[in-house]
Design a protein around this ligand. Structure first.
Ligand code: SAH
Length: 362
């Protein structure tokens, strides 16, 4: 048994049940045994594979998007091109390589920022990117960024932030907690804390008993910081994550370990814990700052940015096997039954800034 599981049990035995959000925060970010602080999460040998780790095409198309966002913002200087939650640093490496080919002046004129909460992953990113021409600067959070126009990218960052769950009971919505069963094992329980029912979408108001509704104040707080920065200083942001475009009831809490679903309580600190991102809630936060919000599926975004053309160009000089490998990557990134529909892309920018591939809309 992991020492973190033991510590969690002792904590709950002495202080009482903890919220799902606290359980997730401890499992992911405990300084000694947290998942992001200690594990090698990404890639074939890790627990899950993210879009930039599937193919360089993902970063290439995002680079085109970032360059266009900078142009549409009036090519501000100084400005910052930053990534939040960069994991292995693969996405930023692909973005910088592509930008150096497309328009080196953007990389020369922009400052490059990396926002990473895990010191271990920041070190890994430094090894990958620290020696290149771009010389990124690392920041622990968005509030420390310089007060200049910001082009921000984030892939699978929101799903890594803690969220809370509420259960519909016969006495209203109650917070779902993590506590101990009679054998002293971790289990879910229903706490006393309630929910401000004004925030519930219509579909949740008629939900059956034991339905689950998820809220994520820490995700909304991050969006609030980013949107406030862009509303005040200019720029644009793009986030890709798996989730839904409309708020609704449903239990989406999941643990991933070695590319398979894991029991939520079996391996604290050794499995990735996530839940679906509620993009409607995040869009509401950005709109309250007066920003335009564009939402689409990952497939719509990538195909709109030219995924198929790029795949064709990359495949042209290759043999059949090479072309099939590229086709497999396209299917994984944009296939309807793979990441294409489940993953969504959210862009935000001040009103009137026209971002590819859909232009201005809201
Ligand atoms: N973007 C990468 C990794 C996604 S995993 C990829 O697509 O492969 C989530 C990443 O976000 C990790 O690097 C994790 O350490 C980081 N992270 C989690 N919470 C964060 C926070 N509050 N601020 C910045 N980074 C955070």
């Amino acid at each position: 048994m992991s020492d973190l599981k033991e510590r969690l049990k002792r904590l709950i035995a002495s202080d009482g049940a903890i919220s799902v959000a606290d359980y997730m925060a401890i499992c992911l970010f405990d300084p000694e045994s947290g998942y992001y602080t200690t594990s090698e999460p990404f890639g074939v040998s890790g627990d899950f594979v993210t879009a930039p780790e599937i193919s360089q095409m993902f970063g290439e198309l995002i680079a085109v998007w970032a360059l266009s966002a900078w142009h549409q913002s009036g090519k501000p200087v100084p400005s910052m091109l930053a990534e939040i939650g960069p994991g292995n640093g693969t996405l930023m490496a692909d973005i910088l390589r592509t930008l150096n080919q497309l328009d080196p002046t953007f990389v020369i004129l922009s400052r490059i920022g990396m926002i990473e909460a895990s010191p271990r992953l920041a070190e890994k990113q430094r090894q990958k990117l620290g020696t290149g021409k771009a010389k990124p600067t690392w920041f622990p959070d968005v509030s420390k960024l310089p007060k200049v126009p910001l082009i921000l990218i984030g892939n699978e960052i929101f799903d890594a932030l803690p969220f809370r769950q509420f259960v519909k009971t016969d006495s209203g919505w109650r917070e779902r907690m993590v506590s101990l069963d009679d054998k002293g094992e971790l289990c879910f329980s229903v706490g006393l804390g309630g929910l401000d029912e004004n925030i519930l979408p219509a579909s949740a108001k008629t939900a059956e008993e034991s339905a689950i509704f998820e809220v994520a104040p820490s995700r909304e707080a991050l969006m609030d910081l980013v949107a406030a920065h862009i509303a005040k200083h200019g720029g644009a942001a793009l986030f890709a994550d798996y989730g839904h475009l409309q708020s609704g009831v449903g239990d989406t809490f999941q643990a991933m370990r070695a590319h398979a679903y894991d029991d939520l309580f079996a391996n604290p600190g050794m499995a990735d814990l996530t839940s679906h991102v509620d993009f409607e809630a995040l869009a509401g936060v950005a709109r309250r700052h007066g920003l335009d919000v564009t939402l689409s599926t990952q497939a719509e975004f990538l195909v709109g940015m030219g995924l198929l053309e790029r795949a064709g160009a990359m495949g042209a000089p290759l043999d059949q096997q090479g072309r099939q490998a590229i086709q497999r990557d396209v299917d994984r990134l944009a296939g309807a039954d793979q990441m294409g529909n489940l993953f969504k892309v959210m862009m935000i920018a001040p009103k009137g800034v026209s971002l590819p591939p859909f232009g201005t809309m809201d």
